[in-house]
Design a protein around this ligand. Structure first.
Ligand SMILES: [Cu+2]
Length: 140
């Protein structure tokens, strides 16, 4: 938390976009050695008076980061890729097990509990927001 605060103090006020979207409860799920796929969860809150549209994300620790939505279709749990995520003014959207999540594919190293994973959120207007998410065990 100290690290995140320091990061925020250093960078949050250099660009308006950093204060517009609050990211809380962000974490990446730890995976057993050899497993190359994980997920990231977080709560996104729009503090502005206009819509914020997320169009993707990337991380140096993974080959790809994609937004997915888990859905129960005719009794079968499936994941559908989402092209974008629109967050309306004052709205909070929670990415959590059973719903929206960042699908992290192609893990390049290892994910150990308490590690920090850098993730860059990419918005439809081309702006970006840097995050550092802590790695947690399977449970929330
Ligand atoms: Cu997924």
């Amino acid at each position: 938390m100290k690290y995140l605060l320091g990061f925020c103090l250093a960078f949050c006020f250099s660009s308006v976009s950093y204060a517009e979207l609050t990211v809380s409860k962000g974490h990446v799920r730890a995976v057993p050695p050899g497993q190359k796929v994980s997920v990231a969860y977080m709560t996104l809150t729009n503090n502005t008076a206009s819509d914020i549209v997320l169009s993707g994300a990337q991380s140096p620790d993974f080959m790809s980061v994609n937004l997915h939505r888990t859905a129960n279709i005719d009794g079968i749990m499936t994941m559908r890729a989402q092209d974008e995520l629109r967050i309306e003014p004052s709205q909070s959207i929670t990415l959590a097990p059973g719903g929206l999540h960042w699908m992290l594919m192609g893990l390049k190293g290892e994910l150990k509990i308490t590690d920090q994973v850098p993730i860059t959120l990419i918005f439809a207007d081309g702006s970006q927001q840097q995050l550092s998410l802590v790695v947690k065990a399977l449970v929330n």
